[in-house]
Design a protein around this ligand. Structure first.
Ligand code: AMP
Length: 318
């Protein structure tokens, strides 16, 4: 079933030990949409400025993404983010964030965006995430991503937003920062125990992203984890989290008849992991723009083989 995503649509300037790019196409909603478009129809909601080019929109259109709800604001500047990575690609420094057209933005959803029954609230100001959530109150599955900036400056809004979704996707350090719990499992279980003030169900699935170490899935009943797909060269991790979310949410959206079972979630985690592995191999959206479905299928088989082991009955001593 179609997916609506709201989040940043950006120009990114990125420097890694392997090179740099100025003002390339980026943004959480863009990375998410490109990945999710391998699974289902996607509508992107968000503003861009006068400086945003048609060729950037064409990158999304070429993958069949509906950009009718991308609003061009007269006289506005597109969201801009600048970041730098050292040799440890798991940590990055944000050099600059300019919200531009996101300041004062009022999301207007098109009929197609309102008709989706799967919603992804990509990383952006949590009040904006809530405004979009309120417009799709009956969505079957709603997931949310955020980041340390919003935990720092909009904590109460972020907690309210999380209480309104089914699935929270955060970096492990952000989960610890949000809950004040040093342990990942206990941090996730604390959020799963929250009792929402509103009539929403509250989160039942927590996904902890762990960069090159993979990702963990925690529900009230279970725990599952996958390593990242091992790559010899990682060039630019920007957008890996959003691409991961696109694989996860896209896979769930493509199975509308299936209950949100443990098995479905695990397969979604595998697709998320594989999509993210392609994203980090080149700068920005470069690799995903050329990606083909058969490459995803082949890598899923490799990841499956790599993470399986058989039972080994052995009479242990003691
Ligand atoms: P990720 O590497 O998955 O965390 O996502 C990186 C993307 O998020 C980049 O393309 C940025 O444009 C975007 N981004 C960075 N900071 C923010 C922010 N404060 N709010 C929204 N999007 C952001």
């Amino acid at each position: 079933m179609p997916i609506t995503v709201v989040g940043s649509i950006a120009y990114d300037t990125v420097k890694t030990p392997f090179g740099e790019r100025q003002r390339m196409l980026g943004g959480a909603a863009v990375h998410f949409a490109l990945a999710a478009s391998f699974f289902d129809d996607v509508c992107v909601v968000g503003p861009v400025g006068e400086d945003f080019g048609e060729q950037q929109l064409d990158v999304m259109r070429r993958r069949g993404i509906d950009v009718d709800a991308v609003e061009r604001i007269d006289g506005g500047r597109t969201f801009f983010w600048q970041g730098e990575y050292g040799w440890d690609l798991n940590t990055r420094e944000t050099i600059d964030t300019q919200l531009g057209v996101f300041e004062g933005f009022q999301p207007k959803l098109t009929p197609a965006a309102l008709a989706s029954d799967v919603l992804f609230l990509a990383n952006i100001q949590p009040d904006l995430q809530r405004e979009v959530r309120a417009q799709l109150p009956d969505a079957r599955f709603v997931a949310l991503d955020s980041m340390n900036l919003w935990i720092d400056i909009a904590r109460e809004s972020l907690i309210a937003a999380i209480e309104e979704v089914d699935c929270l996707i955060l970096n492990d350090a952000e989960l610890r920062q949000l809950t004040g719990k040093p342990n990942l499992v206990s941090a996730a279980r604390e959020i799963l125990a929250w009792e929402p003030a509103s009539s929403y169900r509250g989160p039942s699935v927590i996904v902890a992203k762990q960069g090159e170490y993979g990702a963990a899935l925690i529900t009230r009943e279970s725990f599952f984890a996958l390593p990242a797909y091992p790559l010899e060269t990682v060039v630019d991790p920007t957008g890996a989290g959003d691409t991961f979310a696109g694989g996860l949410v896209g896979y769930i959206a493509a199975h509308p008849e299936e209950q949100l079972s443990e098995q479905l979630l695990r397969r979604a985690m595998a697709h998320a992991t594989v999509l993210a592995s392609f994203n980090v191999a080149e700068f920005g959206t470069e690799r995903i723009e050329r990606l083909e479905g058969r490459e995803i299928v082949a890598r899923i088989a490799e990841l499956q083989a790599m993470t399986q082991f058989s039972g080994a009955p052995l009479a242990l001593r003691g």
